[in-house]
Design a protein around this ligand. Structure first.
Ligand SMILES: [Zn+2]
Length: 321
């Protein structure tokens, strides 16, 4: 009997071959991991929160190919196709279709690739090109980009489960990151809460250390495990949040966190990621708007809610009073 891993390898190779046949297009070269993981230039750090506005130089909201499209083509390996397929399934672009015929699976993969390319605002080719492969290594949120339920709007998307309107939502830290002082973390979360409470009639109430309660609706965790219980790795998924009416937020404790994005390699903006994850905690899914805070890929300078985020918050809680 054929070992499972060998069977999978052969299956993947056949799957890749079918894909090549269907797309009928040349397959492009290996992505350069170092090139695609380069972040946008850091913001200039100034005094706390006085600089929390969008920088004109932000380019992170519109992911762009990190590798030249003129690179010489080559065939993708089975491992690369497997990595792409797993990523597309994890983030809601592709159903688990192992039982389908290889030709059908290849067609579904092509459709999923096109869907990702549209979401990421890159050329919609339906091919496994460099720009698409580069997206797999971009830092991002762990939440799916497409959920099967929930009303869809032009940009923002609401989750199916919501908080009761007019009710206070208590939030506090379960534990802290060691990358910043507790005071700094509390200051950032206070700022993030102010953003969402000002956008709509959300009533988040932050309980700082010393004022904690037994059963808050939202706990903020720093953890070594992702939402499937797998060990977090530096980079990749940075954080995720549970949906209402739990709403807990989880930050990847293998990352290095700073109040704002810095020039230090692999250091991420806690403000940007907290603002995003709190949107999930309140009931928002990922937005299709690349400029929005609720866009899935990490934006180092997304520190202020955009009209799209505010429209989503108002749809959930009503206008601010
Ligand atoms: Zn997210």
């Amino acid at each position: 009997m054929m070992p499972a891993h060998l069977h999978c390898r052969i299956s993947c190779i056949f799957f890749a071959a079918v894909l090549l046949n269907i797309s009928g297009a040349p397959i492009t070269p290996t992505l350069n991991d170092k090139a695609v993981t380069r972040l946008t230039p850091p913001v200039q750090l100034t005094k706390r929160h006085t600089i929390l506005r969008q920088s004109k130089s932000v380019s992170s909201s519109s992911p762009s190919p990190a590798v030249s499209p003129t690179s010489s083509p080559r065939q993708r390996t089975a491992a690369e196709i497997h990595k792409l397929t797993a990523w597309l399934q994890e983030f809601g672009y592709l159903d688990d279709n192992q039982s389908a015929a290889a030709e059908v699976r290849a067609l579904m993969l092509t459709q999923a690739i096109r869907k990702l390319q549209r979401y990421a605002n890159i050329a919609v080719t339906g091919e496994v090109d460099d720009a698409t492969m580069a997206l797999l290594d971009k830092p991002r949120c762990g939440q799916k980009d497409f959920t099967p339920a929930g009303p869809r709007h032009k940009r923002y998307i609401l989750l199916r489960r919501r908080w009761e309107r007019g009710r206070e939502i208590d939030i506090q830290f379960k534990n802290h990151t060691r990358d910043m002082t507790i005071d700094d973390q509390e200051s950032i979360i206070s700022y993030v809460i102010d953003q969402w409470n000002s956008a709509a009639d959300a009533r988040l109430v932050f309980h700082q250390d010393g004022d904690q309660i037994d059963f808050p609706e939202i706990n903020i965790h720093h953890t070594l495990y992702d939402n499937r219980g797998r060990p977090f790795q530096p980079y990749g998924v940075l954080a995720y949040a549970a949906l209402p009416r739990n709403g807990d937020m989880y930050f990847d404790d293998t990352e290095r966190w700073a109040e704002l994005h810095t020039a230090q390699p692999l250091t991420f903006s806690y403000t940007s990621v907290a603002l995003h994850e709190m949107g999930h905690s309140l009931g928002l899914a990922h937005s299709n708007d690349p400029a929005a805070v609720m866009y899935a890929f990490y934006g180092p300078n997304r520190h202020v809610l955009t009209p799209d985020d505010i429209a989503g918050a108002v749809a959930l809680f009503g206008p601010s009073k």
